[in-house]
Ligand binder design. Structure first.
Ligand SMILES: [Zn+2]
Length: 254
């Protein structure tokens, strides 16, 4: 780190758990954020301001007036622009040291696998089950830690699936594909603006902890937030030994 970086990150470096070593790991990291909306906005803000070296911001949508109530990366004059590019411009103003790679596409297939394989940590900040499961499969295949968040109405949830650990659960262990309750979208159900900020900020915190290798990660645990009563609950998430995504199925007896 140069002198400017030592100053910029001095309040991190002062933390004995982080110090220069932890901050250097953050500065050297590449993080993939999938979705530059309600969750991805606060998550990307903190990752960029905290000094993540390379932040890949993937979103195939353009900024819409209805997004601005909570998607704080974007401003009124960005309406109609791709979210990934609008986000890149905002983050560049916060921290020019953070190299933001805007991907104005809905990552899937080989492109998704490629980006996940290059990342040190992946944040799922998307708004639909199909993408969540695709991101999970890619993280299982590449054994990358996945920080998953969701928010709708006044309800938030956040969990870490550390797929580097042999006994760690994956997203599909918790929410098996095809067994989801009906997809609930912000467009129909509404969402409380700061709820997405709280969940996205927890995602950023967990990602930075994973990168710096400090503390106790939210791994194998699901945090549930009721924003109306402002109560958190924690549920332990065991690995499903029969999970078709993360388990090697036992060979059939001959
Ligand atoms: Zn699994």
């Amino acid at each position: 780190m140069n002198d400017d970086q030592l100053l910029r990150y001095s309040r991190h470096i002062l933390l004995p758990q982080l110090g220069i070593d932890g901050q250097e790991r953050i500065v050297g990291a590449r993080v993939l954020v999938i979705g530059a909306g309600g969750l991805g906005s606060p998550a990307a803000y903190y990752l960029a301001s905290a000094g993540v070296g390379t932040l890949v911001l993937a979103d195939g949508d353009v900024v819409d007036l209805t997004n601005l109530q909570r998607q704080i990366l974007h401003t009124t004059d960005a309406i109609g622009r791709p979210k990934a590019e609008s986000g890149r411009d905002t983050l560049a103003r916060i921290n020019p040291d953070c190299r933001v790679v805007p991907l104005s596409e809905r990552l899937s297939g080989a492109r998704l696998d490629e980006e996940v394989a290059m990342a040190d940590v992946v944040l799922d900040c998307c708004d639909n089950f199909a993408t969540r499961h695709a991101v999970n499969r890619a993280c299982v295949a590449a054994r990358k830690p996945l920080v998953s968040g969701a928010g709708i109405r006044f309800d938030g949830q956040v969990a870490v699936f550390d797929l580097r650990q042999a006994d760690g659960p994956c997203y599909n262990c918790l929410f098996p594909e095809g067994q989801e309750s009906e997809e609930v979208r912000c467009a129909v159900m509404g969402v409380f603006a700061p709820l997405t900020g709280i969940v996205g900020s927890v995602q950023a915190a967990e990602a930075l902890k994973l990168l710096a290798d400090i503390g106790v990660p939210l791994s194998g645990r699901l945090l549930l937030l009721d924003g109306l009563s402002m109560e958190w609950r924690e549920i332990r998430v065991p690995r499903d030994p029969a999970c078709p995504v993360c388990s090697v199925r036992p060979a059939k007896a001959a």
